[in-house]
Design a protein around this ligand. Structure first.
Ligand SMILES: [Zn+2]
Length: 678
């Protein structure tokens, strides 16, 4: 599995779903759970007060109800059929009753480490093993007292294990010796839709920190021994969690919970739950996770778990979380980094086949790439456009008001719209309607630009065209003068429109949205070639520029590692013919002469002479898609075997051995429409 630079692109992050309106009297479930991961045996006692006297509930087939009682009197429990891996049970409750007591037990399935993240997404059975146990909220390992409920859970595991569920830690007993048991109690006092239980042979690190405008927060890592022993890793996570909590408490409002834990999983999961994130141990080791996905997960405690999603008109929480975490971190780094992320969203959208587009209002969770392009990319871009429209201040006020008004409730896109409308003092109905309800996006272009000198001024007339039916847009335009350029925004809501601008000097040309601030179908000129187009090509071709045996062998192994489909070998002279992507590999001098012989663009001067190997995609103007790997020697080629396939998002790279010392995407500001003088 290849790893991208941000975790939502790899693992779906399931957030506890919306349990409807918050009501004070949501039912309470109390659970006492004894779990022995080694034998996979679980024994539980549940106390609850069901709403109906004919109480029916479901448990996973690995669990058997042993007894039921109320008011100290035993009650008969009958099996009432099954569906898939679930068994239905039924108890008739007495008319007057304090609590129903249910005792159940069973042997859980063994943890299946072969599961990849796609499996992990599709409802799991409750699983246990000494190396880690995961009983997902949706796996029916407890009886539900209602659709949404509060809970108190007491957990008991052997001395070498630790266990937790989302919520506030109420008490904890650390065993004195190996024969004792670890016990911990948790309470969750807001309506939740389910309970995830996790256990593992973890080392716990803890820090309690004050967070601005809120109470102290207990931060923890639950790491496997080896992970915990990694120099500075656990402490680094605690530092970063604290930094994110401070950041979002400041931007949005006080942190809504009393703890946050980073919990290591033996599975390649990436789950976000209230008060914690449960993440594959292998993922936690990746250096970029703390700077990206961790912040995204922490922010889900506000968006998704703090304000829950009312799904009636789609899921806004992934878009807002991506915008305020992943995207905001890029903005903090550089304008260029933020532009590259917007380009990535628009590129993913451009790759979705026509007809497969989904509207944002139809997005629920990511199930495939096309859904992610909308639910994460387009939704985040809607927030970019919204902030551009109403301004930074109104946007911030809208965010804070939305939080203040809806925390611990379910809210919809309409509630977000209302909050931003109040903050901006203007109707945003048309804006939200078109971006939420329409699938796809507009195609926009400047058809013509003419200028005329008039009374010492320049009258610039722009003919603008949009695909039908037209969107109401604010278009960013770059007015390019011989010595400088300036940005201005104009409104455009018709299929064909003529705009007139008054300028002081004659511009050379006009460029539409060079910074990619608009959700739209990009022109080919704005999609610079990146290596992924070669990686995933269905019929790639390979041209070997060097004849030395050692070099050819290294080049062939690199190609077979790089392409997803096996490449067909061609002569280097044929690199400029045909439509299927070509990868040309060789030593520097051989590559240069092969490019010259095939009449192809030469090595970019920005790369020449750098590192032990250079990789680049040729300019989009050449008809045959060409990418080149040029190395100093066979050793330098072999060094690319592992790293190169991970850089699909780049147009060019410079390697020193196996390390990418520089990389980037070719600049592609879009077509400069020349200004004609009249
Ligand atoms: Zn997310």
């Amino acid at each position: 599995m290849s790893l991208g630079s941000c975790w939502p692109a790899l693992f779906a992050l399931l957030v506890l779903a919306a349990p409807g309106p918050s009501w004070a009297a949501s039912p309470l479930l109390e659970l006492d759970v004894e779990l022995d991961p080694g034998s996979r045996h679980i024994r539980a006692v549940a106390f609850l007060r069901p709403e109906l006297h004919d109480f029916r509930f479901e448990l996973h087939e690995s669990l058997q109800v042993g007894s039921a009682s109320a008011n100290g009197e035993p009650l008969p429990v009958v099996a009432a059929g099954s569906q898939g891996s679930l068994r239905r049970w039924r108890v008739q409750l007495p008319a007057r009753m304090d609590k129903l007591r249910l005792e159940y037990a069973g042997t859980l399935a063994a943890l299946d480490r072969s599961l990849d993240h796609r499996h992990v997404l599709r409802g799991l059975a409750p699983m246990a093993s000494a190396e880690g146990s995961f009983l997902p909220a949706g796996a029916a390992w407890y009886p539900r007292p209602g659709a949404a409920f509060r809970y108190r859970v007491t957990l008991s595991v052997p001395a070498d294990q630790r266990a937790l569920v989302p919520g506030t830690l109420q008490s904890e007993e650390i065993p004195a010796g190996p024969s004792g048991r670890y016990r911990a109690s948790f309470a969750f006092s807001h309506p939740a839709e389910g309970i995830d239980l996790m256990a593992g042979p973890w080392v716990i690190r803890e820090r309690t920190v004050p967070i601005a405008n809120g109470g102290p927060v207990r931060l923890r890592t639950y790491f496997f021994r080896e992970l915990d022993a990694t120099e500075g890793l656990a402490e680094g996570y605690l530092d970063d969690v604290r930094r994110y909590l401070e950041r979002y408490a400041d931007e949005i409002g006080a942190y809504p919970f009393t703890e946050f834990s980073v919990v290591a999983s033996p599975l390649p999961t990436g789950f976000g739950m209230p008060t914690l994130t449960y993440v594959g141990a292998e993922v936690l080791k990746l250096p970029f996770i703390r700077g990206t996905s961790l912040g995204h997960e922490v922010l889900h405690n506000w968006w998704g778990n703090g304000v829950r999603v009312d799904y009636t008109r789609g899921n806004w929480s992934e878009g807002l979380t991506t915008f305020m975490a992943d995207y905001a971190f890029k903005e903090n780094e550089s304008e260029q980094g933020a532009r590259e992320m917007r380009l990535g969203w628009l590129r993913d959208y451009a790759a979705v086949p026509a007809g497969a587009h989904q509207s944002l209002a139809d997005f629920r969770t990511r199930t495939h790439g096309a859904a992610a392009a909308v639910g994460y990319g387009k939704a985040a871009m809607v927030f970019v456009m919204l902030r551009d429209t109403i301004g930074e201040d109104a946007f911030r006020r809208g965010i804070r008001a939305f939080w203040e008004r809806h925390r611990f409730q379910a809210a919809s896109w309409d509630d977000l719209r209302t909050a931003f409308e109040k903050a901006a003092g203007t109707s945003l109905r048309a804006f939200f309607e078109q971006w939420l309800n329409r699938a796809g996006g507009p195609e926009v272009k400047i058809a013509d630009a003419t200028a005329k000198a008039e009374a010492g001024k320049i009258r610039l007339t722009l003919a603008l065209e949009q695909s039908a039916p037209a969107y109401a847009l604010r278009l960013p335009l770059e007015i390019v003068y011989p010595d400088r350029s300036e940005m201005l925004w104009i409104g455009n809501d018709r299929r064909r429109d003529v705009e007139t601008l008054e300028l002081d000097t004659l511009p050379r040309g006009i460029r539409l949205d060079p910074e990619l601030r608009l959700w739209r179908v990009l022109e080919p000129e704005q999609l610079p070639p990146i290596l992924r187009q070669w990686l995933i090509a269905p019929a790639p071709r390979l041209a070997l520029a060097s004849s030395v045996r050692d070099v050819r062998a290294a080049a062939s192994s690199l190609a077979s590692r790089f392409f997803e489909s096996p490449p067909r070998e061609i002569a280097p002279e044929d690199s400029s013919r045909g439509d299927d992507p070509v990868l040309l590999i060789g030593l520097h001098a051989d590559v240069d002469s092969a490019l010259a012989r095939a009449n192809l663009p030469p090595r970019p001067s920005s790369l020449a002479g750098r590192g032990s190997a250079q990789v680049w995609t040729a300019d989009a103007k050449s008809r045959t898609p060409l990418a080149v790997v040029s190395a100093r020697d066979a050793e330098a080629l072999r060094a690319l075997l592992r790293p190169l396939p991970h850089y699909g998002a780049q147009s060019w790279l410079v390697f020193e051995g196996a390390r990418a010392v520089d990389r980037g995407i070719w600049p592609a500001p879009g077509r400069l429409v020349p200004v004609r003088s009249r």
